[in-house]
Design a protein around this ligand. Structure first.
Ligand code: PGA
Length: 257
């Protein structure tokens, strides 16, 4: 059975105190209201919060902390960078890799992302590997091929055992922060194609075990319909993860799916 995952990407929001407040609310609510043992609720704050949140997190397998990025290198003279090993030392368990904002604003290439995936796995951290097309690509009707290529280039160098550790997040760029969600049919179509391309490379069993999350303007109003799709195993949530009640109600929609 695939793990159902709801991951909140705070992006560059919340100073130290605001982050602690939001995280405490989420910890409290998840402890009380998410009872499905197959659900993971992840918060991905900026680096400054990783250690404090990991330390304050109730001992509870439902909750985990993620970083939003890591260096492609293990250590050394890379001013401003943070390594996967450093992230591991905070107690975080996941790293978001290849978010479209990193690809677009920091020109992260597929080769760099493949290295970041290796760094995360080398520290026994779970990469949440993001993929997704811009609007022009969807309009040209080449979105399926485009996303497949992102996955091949970022992940298909892995052997089967390593690949099994990965989580994938499909986030159409045109839906991120725009209030314009992919329809549940569009999400399902892409997720099914991603799973099929994984099956071709690693076999049906492995493909069937990989959690594929949807991201892009997911909110309490549309989450249930998205999560009802056969190949949508949860969500990567931006804006709506900054309000504990909204984030919890998305987690509940996943629990009820
Ligand atoms: P959004 O962001 O939910 O605010 O659209 C999703 C993401 O970028 O991960």
């Amino acid at each position: 059975m695939r793990t159902k995952i709801i991951a909140g990407n705070w992006k560059m929001n919340n100073d130290f105190d605001a982050g602690l407040k939001l995280a405490s609310e989420v910890f409290y609510m998840v402890n009380d209201e998410i009872i499905d043992p197959n659900i993971k609720v992840i918060m991905a704050p900026p680096y400054i919060h990783l250690e404090a949140l990991s330390r304050r997190k109730p001992i509870n397998r439902k909750l985990a902390i993620a970083a939003q990025n890591c260096s492609e290198h293990s250590h050394g003279a890379y001013t401003g960078e943070v390594s996967a090993g450093m992230i591991k030392s905070t107690g975080a368990e996941y790293i978001i890799i290849g978010h479209s904002e990193r690809r677009a604003y920091h020109n992260e290439s597929s080769g760099q992302l493949a290295n970041k995936v290796n760094q995360a796995l080398g520290q026994e951290l779970t990469p949440i590997f993001c993929c997704g097309e811009e609007l022009s690509i969807r309009e040209a009707n080449t979105h399926i091929e485009f996303v497949k290529k992102q996955i091949e280039e970022g992940l298909f160098h892995l052997d089967a055992e390593s690949f099994k550790q990965v989580v994938i997040a499909y986030e159409p760029v045109w839906a991120i922060g725009t209030g314009k969600t992919a329809s549940s049919a569009q999400a399902q179509e892409m997720h099914a194609n991603i799973r099929e391309c994984i099956a071709k490379k690693y076999g049906k069993e492995i493909a069937g075990g990989i959690s594929i999350l949807y991201g892009g303007s997911c909110n309490p109003g549309n989450a249930a319909e998205l999560f009802a799709q056969a190949d949508v195993d949860g969500g990567l949530i931006g804006g709506a993860s900054l309000k504990s009640r909204d984030f919890l109600s998305i987690a509940k929609a996943l629990q009820n799916s």
